[in-house]
Design a protein around this ligand. Structure first.
Ligand SMILES: C[S@@+](CC[C@H](N)C(=O)[O-])C[C@H]1O[C@@H](n2cnc3c(N)ncnc32)[C@H](O)[C@@H]1O
Length: 204
């Protein structure tokens, strides 16, 4: 198998977001700021992506009919905002996050805004991937020790059509490797790359 790169144009930044999405993003950013200042132990692996740019990239993917189906999964969902934006756009949407406090925050936000997204506390890293131990040496900000949550979700990685992740710098190849190992043919992986924006690949 291989990954085919799909260029995401800079013009996605002109795509207007629905009012409901703007409301979610504003509310989430306020909650994240107060969560960070709450005095509880810092969750070092959590940094949020550019939610607006994610929403614009998702709209662009949908407008260009690049999806093979409507199942979305966020690998390491943090506050769950991308998962909720995908749910609001009509996708069957799942967030997987290993930190229980972040899962709780995501569920509270989804409940308060009546957004139909599902969150699971545990690891997105699938078991029994060939060379996983070697791949794991390449990442410092992904927990590769815990068992995965796919059985609890009731879906396997190859049931999802669009994956989203915000890897730490230098760690995107790990996400691509597990995606390539387990996703269905023609599934898409969107990653946020900080200053380099959004990166999109299709498994072929
Ligand atoms: C850089 S943050 C991105 C959060 C969110 N996706 C966003 O873009 O705002 C990465 C998240 O992955 C979570 N994480 C790390 N290893 C994980 C694992 N094996 N399974 C699930 N979540 C994991 C961290 O706790 C952290 O919240």
């Amino acid at each position: 198998m291989a990954l085919q790169s799909i260029e995401v144009p800079d013009s996605i930044k002109q795509i207007a977001m629905p009012k409901q999405a703007e409301t979610l993003i504003d509310d989430a950013i306020r909650r994240i700021e107060s969560f960070m200042l709450s005095g509880q132990a810092v969750i070092e692996n959590f940094v949020r992506c550019d939610f607006q740019l994610f929403g614009q990239a998702l709209s662009w993917i949908q407008q260009n009919h690049l999806l093979t189906g409507s199942r979305f999964i966020e690998l390491g969902s943090g506050f769950g905002v991308a998962t909720m934006l995908a749910a609001m756009s009509g996708m069957e949407s799942v967030g997987v996050e290993i930190e229980p406090r972040l899962v709780e925050q995501s569920e509270n936000l989804a409940d308060d805004l009546h957004i139909d997204a599902q969150f699971y506390c545990g690891s997105f890293v699938p078991r029994n991937v060939e060379d996983l131990a070697e791949l794991a040496t390449e990442v410092q900000n992904v927990d590769t020790q815990e068992g995965d949550v796919y059985h609890e979700i009731g879906l396997e990685m190859d049931d999802f059509d669009l994956f989203f992740a915000f890897p730490w710098p230098g760690e995107h190849t790990f996400f691509e490797a597990i995606f390539d190992a387990r996703a269905a043919n023609a599934a898409l992986l969107l990653t946020y790359r900080g200053r380099d924006g959004m990166n999109l690949v299709r498994k072929i």
